[in-house]
Design a protein around this ligand. Structure first.
Ligand code: ADP
Ligand code: MG
Length: 252
């Protein structure tokens, strides 16, 4: 049994076959890439893995347990964290508060504890504040902790999104085009950061990215999706030389 299993998963939106018989087996502690042309169905796979859509057929399992029918928050609590292709932050909240809310969503504190601000809540709040600051430090945005998230430069918002996803303490981290909109220097920095986080925390990462250089450089195994179907999987050298992959990208 693999850590994450996607088995014959298909998802259709009306007449659009967004995913067709997708099979994936992710092992713990590996950095995977998921690439493919626009509209291939990459984000849809993330949406199925996080309970936003239920597959039309097939199954998705984490540690042997099916995720189909589970709510997004339940899946987050089971250990899948994600970022979105279009940044989603609480723009009016501070950078620090954005990460803290993420910790609260997996905490045991009840609404009652929060409302009455009792001792348990106070202690936990202090702990969460410390852990959130540590994550901001890892992402290199600690000095911006008090700034409203909406006021951050774009590249730093991307980093904050990753910090938020890490606040859920995920076993599996799904990153949807984290380098989109970044300049080459920011992309290089983020690349190293993603690899370091993955190694230090021993988590599994599945990275959607259209920057091929980035994917080839850091991913240990790459899945290639074309028109909803996986056409190739393997290490960078295998994928780069695969005829179907070249055709899909060059349109020949
Ligand atoms: P990618 O992330 O690889 O660019 P997507 O997963 O976003 O591709 O989309 C795959 C296909 O599914 C596209 O044809 C897209 O238009 C379609 N699609 C995605 N989400 C929806 C939706 N909620 N309703 C209808 N069609 C959708
Ligand atoms: Mg997408």
């Amino acid at each position: 049994m693999a850590f994450l299993e996607v088995e014959n998963m298909s998802l259709q939106f009306g007449g659009v076959k967004a995913c067709q018989n997708v099979n994936m087996r992710l092992e713990p502690g590996i950095l995977y890439g998921l690439i493919g042309p626009n509209g291939a169905g990459k984000s849809t796979i993330f949406n199925v893995l996080t309970g936003i859509y239920a597959p039309t057929t097939g199954d998705v399992r984490l540690g042997g347990q099916s995720l189909v029918g589970k709510k997004p928050y339940e899946i987050a609590q089971m250990g899948i964290g994600r970022t979105f292709q279009n940044i989603r932050l609480f723009k009016e909240l501070s950078v620090l508060e954005n990460v803290m809310t993420s910790f609260y969503s997996s905490s045991e504190t009840s609404i009652r504890d929060m409302i009455f601000q009792n001792k348990k809540f106070k202690q936990e709040e202090e702990e969460i504040r410390m852990k959130s600051m540590e994550l901001l430090d890892v992402m290199g945005i600690k000095d911006l902790a008090e700034v409203p998230a909406g006021g951050l430069p774009y590249g730093k918002q991307r980093k904050l999104e990753i910090a938020r996803a890490l606040g859920l303490n995920p076993k599996l981290l799904l990153l949807d085009e984290p380098a989109a909109g970044l300049n080459p220097a920011e992309t290089r920095e983020l690349t190293t950061l993603i690899r370091d986080i993955q190694k230090q925390r021993h988590i599994t990462v599945l990275l959607i990215e259209h920057d091929m250089g980035l994917v080839m450089k850091i991913c240990e195994k790459i899945y290639v999706l074309v028109q909803g179907q996986l056409v190739c999987e393997g290490v960078a050298e295998v994928v780069q030389n695969d005829k179907r992959v070249i055709e899909a990208y060059l349109g020949v």
